[in-house]
Design a protein. Structure first.
Length: 145
């Protein structure tokens, strides 16, 4: 069971994607190394190419944004690595490792800050809330929910 009693930190799960740019650039190991070094733990991992419908569902909150068609093309354009990652405050912990959405604004020491330059091709995705994590893990790894 996730969670714990008293003042101990609650264990969470989050969905992490190494996006197609990260896979094409050979950065899967780098991303996994960083999250494992932080103390997060892999629960599931799979290389897959997303069907358009899954990509559109995953990024449903951005459906009305001007960049949505381009984002769907990009995320379905090659294999990605989907991970479920677990640990204390895993959602916030991974978002901190990833850095800001715009890699130019992401701090040095973060995955995006160190390794990317373009806002769309920013290497990784991480769920942004417990609700998003539950929805996204259900979409990518239904057997885990
Ligand atoms: P995230 O939660 O930090 O990944 O950022 P968002 O949820 O705001 O956006 C989802 C993804 O869409 C980002 O990670 C980028 O890959 C892409 N994206 C966000 N903003 C833009 C933009 O202005 N232009 C383009 N082309 N892509 C964007
Ligand atoms: Mg987001």
């Amino acid at each position: 069971m996730a969670g714990s009693l008293g003042s101990r930190t609650v264990t969470e799960r989050t969905l992490v994607l190494v996006k197609p740019d990260g896979v094409a650039r050979g950065l899967v190991g780098e991303v996994i190394s960083r999250l494992e070094a932080k103390g997060l733990r892999l629960v599931a991992a799979e290389l897959r190419t997303l069907p358009r419908e899954v990509a559109e569902q995953h990024y449903g909150e951005h459906r009305d944004k001007p960049f949505f068609p381009s984002l769907v093309e990009f995320i379905t354009g090659g294999p990605l690595v989907a991970l479920v990652v677990e640990g204390p405050r895993a959602i916030e912990a991974f978002r901190a490792l990833a850095g800001a959405t715009d890699p130019v604004k992401a701090g040095p020491g973060t995955i995006r800050g160190d390794l990317a330059l373009e806002v769309q091709r920013n290497i990784v995705h991480g769920s942004d809330s417990p609700e998003s994590a539950a929805r996204e893990i259900g979409l990518f790894f239904p057997a885990l929910t």
